[in-house]
Design a protein around this ligand. Structure first.
Ligand code: HEC
Length: 432
């Protein structure tokens, strides 16, 4: 066990060294929580198939135009046929613009038909704005291709067909965009349209528990695949998204993931009401650490759960006075050792992402620094109850546990959203 000289206040980073020395990192204490599937994949499967078919038709039109451009020497007949074929792939066989004399490199519905199917619904999933853009661009391409087909010479054809190509490339889009600029590829990469047949769908706010898709309100935050499924061919990561290892899974975060994180935090309060026991986590996408990107942190925006009883806190005050106050200060204000309550402590807790579980681990494994682990389980539970009370966390009926529990990992030690008791100027609550 690493020892620190109690008189010298170790720098913040020293603490992480301490944790590492005991084989403890924030990531290693994160327990999986049962994910609540937002939805079964059922409703998404048909949409996925439509979107893929639309993309395939779009790409068929693009290929047709590009081939014609490469072979323009073969004369007007061939480029007019190419323009008609590309139109066919876009509009589908039921449309007035369909030319039965020309081949159809697409399918019967055509790209526009598929996109219309995806837009034809009562609800308004997040791919709607993107697909409206796809529609507008595909229609613009059709009219440019009609001009190309009527062109009198090669120059006229090339002018119109390259305009059509530009429109189609925009409609095709790219996986890195989840708004209207992402086009069809963006919608397929960042929304529930990505969900394939039979795949598991989990709440996109939570860390992945198994292979599948993380969806939240129609947005896709990640796709998780078993590490074992990665073959020698390597990793296919078209969106160029962040990839992290998490519990035996390779997790591909989408471009929409940061957006999902924001949405999840803003609906915390609501979710907490609906499922008080189910801690809602949000992902931290800001970290560039080699550890898993998805850090489960507690809900900071809604009510703080009651984790201890008032009797424990009172008993803990005596434990604290005897075993901790010499270094941490009679009022937890910090002396040789850092503050354990109030503004200073809470600021550190937020920046270092301390959960109650982490604080508990520090206290039980490293404290008192002069004699780690010397207190009984009950004394540690009581002193931790005292720290929570001094930080103005609410008391309740359930005692603070003598062992780590998943519920402790869900609560960050930041300022409580609704202080229980009256904090003094330093943000410390009196404990009776
Ligand atoms: C001999 C002095 C000493 C005693 C006694 C002591 N601590 Fe500490 N404690 C420290 C020091 C020094 C640190 C800072 C370590 C670091 O930052 O790496 C610390 C850090 C902590 C932390 C982490 C705080 C933070 O912001 O990083 C907690 C929690 C803690 N102590 C709880 C307790 C409790 C509970 C007791 C009594 C059971 C106790 N300590 C007794 C010296 C002491």
């Amino acid at each position: 066990m690493m020892r620190l000289h109690a008189k010298i206040r170790a720098p913040r980073t020293g603490f992480h060294v301490l944790l590492t020395a005991i084989g403890f990192t924030a990531a290693s204490v994160m327990m999986p929580v049962p994910a609540q599937a937002e939805n079964h994949s059922g409703p998404y499967e048909a949409d996925h198939a439509q979107a893929v078919a639309a993309l395939t038709d779009l790409q068929a039109a693009i290929t047709t135009i590009m081939h014609a451009e490469e072979a323009t020497s073969s004369g007007p007949g061939s480029y007019k046929t190419a323009a008609a074929s590309a139109i066919n792939a876009l509009v589908g066989s039921q449309d007035a613009a369909f030319n039965a004399q020309a081949p159809n490199p697409g399918d019967a519905a055509g790209a526009i038909g598929h996109v219309n199917q995806l837009l034809d619904r009562v609800s308004s999933p997040p791919w709607v704005p993107g697909l409206h853009g796809v529609l507008v661009n595909a229609q613009a391409a059709v009219s440019a291709l009609q001009d190309a087909g009527k062109a009198d010479d090669l120059d006229g054809y090339e002018l119109s067909s390259s305009q059509a190509l530009t429109d189609l490339v925009v409609a095709e889009g790219h996986a890195g965009g989840y708004d209207s600029l992402g086009g069809l590829s963006g919608a397929l990469a960042n929304t529930a349209l990505a969900v394939t047949d039979g795949a598991a769908v989990e709440n996109g706010c939570t860390a992945p528990q198994r292979a599948g898709f993380g969806v939240y309100q129609g947005y896709l935050s990640y796709r998780a695949v078993p590490l074992s499924s990665i073959g020698s061919a390597g990793i296919d990561n078209p969106g160029g998204a962040k990839i992290r290892l998490h519990g035996g899974l390779l997790v591909f975060y989408t471009a929409a993931a940061p957006q999902v994180v924001q949405m999840c935090s803003s609906t915390h309060a609501e979710a907490q009401l609906a499922a008080p026991e189910a801690g809602i986590f949000h992902a931290d996408f800001t970290s560039n650490a080699p550890s898993p990107l998805l850090i489960e942190t507690a809900d900071e925006s809604s009510g703080t759960p009651a984790l201890y009883t008032a009797a424990q806190a009172s008993a803990g005050a005596a434990v604290y006075a005897q075993n901790c106050a010499s270094c941490h200060g009679a009022n937890l204000q910090g002396v040789a050792a850092p503050a354990l309550a109030g503004k200073d402590f809470q600021t550190t807790a937020v920046s270092d992402k301390y959960t109650v579980s982490i604080i508990r681990t520090i206290a039980t494994q490293n404290m008192p620094l002069s004699n780690p682990g010397s207190l009984s389980d009950t004394q540690y539970a009581n002193v931790l109850a005292y720290l929570l009370a001094a930080n103005c966390y609410p008391a309740g009926a359930k005692p603070f546990p003598t062992q780590d529990e998943p519920s402790l990992q869900k609560v960050t030690m930041g300022p409580p959203s609704a202080p229980s008791g009256t904090p003094d100027a330093n943000g410390v609550c009196a404990v009776h």
